[in-house]
Design a protein around this ligand. Structure first.
Ligand SMILES: Nc1ncnc2c1ncn2[C@@H]1O[C@H](COP(=O)(O)OP(=O)(O)OP(=O)(O)O)[C@@H](O)[C@H]1O
Length: 319
C-alpha cells in the first residue's frame, strides 16, 4: 500500500442541468479510515456529485478536493482514487483482459491483475468473458479495477445494489477491511438499510441539498427516542423479570416483560447492558430497533422521492 489519510472534501458544490438543479451548495467530508454512506433517493444528485469529485462533470460553483487537491490536478490520479462510477466492461473481454487494459492505462505492474482478482474472489472466473458475469461478479470486477492502483480513496456508486445476501455480506466485510487499512471509502446508495451495517458516517442528500451529515449514531439519536431490544441468555431463575425490574428501577420503560424479547425505552443500549451486568444477568441479545433508523432516514428525504426541483433556466445562472 502506498497511501493514506486522504480525505475527500466537497465544498459548496452546485450543478444545474438545463432547468434541473441537480446539486445545490453541497458540502461534506469523507474521512480516512471510515466508510461513509452517501445516501439519497433516486435522482437526488449522488452520481452527479461523485462525477464532479472525479472531475468528469464540471461544477457550476464550489470545489471538490482529494487530499486537498482537485482530481484534475492529481499526479497519477488512479494511484490516489479508485472508482466504480463509470465501470463498463466489453462483454467479449475476460475479467483478466479488462483489468490488464486498465492496469496498462494507469501504469501499474502486471502482477496487480492477479493480485486484485484474488482479492475480490474472481480468480476462478478470470478467464471467462465479462458478458457472462453475474451482477455480483461485475460488482467485484469493478472493485478490482478500482483497487488496481492501490488507492487511498474509493468512490463507489451503488456497489451493493442488486447483490444477493452472500454478495452483500462479502462486500460489507471487504469495505470495512479497506477502511481499516486507513482508506477513505465513500459509497452511494438510495437505501439506508442496504448500507447501515457497513458505514460509520452518513451523508444524506435531498433534492441535491445536504439533509444530514454525521455519524450513523448521530442520525439514530436524531430520530428521538430509541427502543433497545434485549433478551436474557437464560431464564431459569426468572432473570427476564428480574432484569425488567432493574431496568424500571433505573428509570427505563420496559415493554414485553413476559415475551422472549424486551423492548426498552428511555435508556441507551450501553446503560441497558451495564444494568444487566450490575444485576449479574447475562444477555443473549442487545440491539437498537432498526426500523427507527430507517424512519429517521425517510423523514429526512420524504417528499423527495421525485426528481429535483425544476428551476427556470434564467434563474440563478451558472457560476
Ligand atoms: N447529464 C445530465 N443531463 C441532464 N440531467 C441530468 C444529467 N445527469 C443527471 N441529471 C439529472 O440530475 C438529477 C440528479 O441525478 P443523479 O443521477 O445525480 O441522481 P442520483 O441520486 O445519482 O440518482 P440515481 O440513484 O437514480 O442514479 C436528476 O434529475 C437527473 O435526471
Amino acid at each position: 500500500m502506498t497511501q493514506h489519510a486522504v480525505p475527500v472534501e466537497v465544498n459548496g458544490l452546485s450543478k444545474r442541468f438545463g432547468g434541473v438543479q441537480a446539486v445545490h451548495r453541497l458540502s461534506f467530508t469523507a474521512q480516512p479510515g471510515r466508510v461513509t454512506g452517501f445516501l439519497g433517493p433516486n435522482g437526488s444528485g449522488k452520481t452527479t456529485t461523485l462525477s464532479m469529485v472525479l472531475g468528469l462533470t464540471r461544477p457550476d460553483s464550489g470545489t471538490a478536493t482529494i487530499g486537498g487537491v482537485p482530481y484534475a490536478r492529481l499526479d497519477r490520479p488512479a494511484l490516489t482514487v479508485g472508482s466504480s462510477l463509470s465501470a463498463d466492461f466489453h462483454p467479449a473481454h475476460t475479467g483478466r483482459a479488462h483489468l490488464d487494459i486498465v492496469r496498462r492505462a494507469i501504469g501499474v505492474p502486471a502482477g496487480a491483475v492477479d493480485e486484485k482478482l484474488a482479492l475480490v474472489g474472481l480468480a476462478d472466473a478470470a478467464d471467462r468473458k465479462t458478458g457472462g458475469y453475474s451482477l455480483g461478479m461485475r460488482q467485484r470486477l469493478a472493485l478490482a479495477a478500482a483497487l488496481l492502483g492501490d488507492p487511498g480513496v474509493l468512490l463507489l456508486d451503488e456497489p451493493i445494489n442488486g447483490l444477493d445476501p452472500e454478495g452483500i455480506r462479502w462486500i460489507r466485510l471487504f469495505l470495512r477491511h479497506l477502511a481499516s487499512e486507513g482508506r477513505t471509502v465513500l459509497l452511494s446508495s438510495h437505501l439506508l438499510s442496504e448500507v447501515q451495517q457497513t458505514v460509520d458516517d452518513v451523508v444524506v442528500i435531498r433534492r441535491g441539498e445536504l439533509a444530514f451529515a454525521g455519524t450513523l449514531d448521530e442520525l439514530q439519536r436524531g430520530s428521538g427516542e430509541r427502543t433497545v431490544l434485549v433478551s436474557v441468555a437464560r431464564d431459569a431463575d426468572g432473570e427476564h423479570a428480574t432484569l425488567a425490574q432493574a431496568l424500571q428501577a433505573a428509570g427505563a420503560g420496559v415493554h414485553g416483560v413476559r415475551g422472549a424479547v424486551m423492548r426498552v425505552t428511555g435508556m441507551d443500549p450501553a446503560s441497558v447492558g451495564l444494568t444487566a451486568l450490575a444485576a449479574g444477568i447475562p444477555l443473549s441479545h442487545l440491539s437498537v430497533e432498526q426500523a427507527e433508523l430507517e424512519q429517521s432516514f425517510l423523514a429526512l428525504v420524504e417528499d423527495a422521492a421525485t426528481e429535483p426541483p425544476v428551476v427556470a433556466a434564467t434563474e440563478g445562472g451558472a457560476a
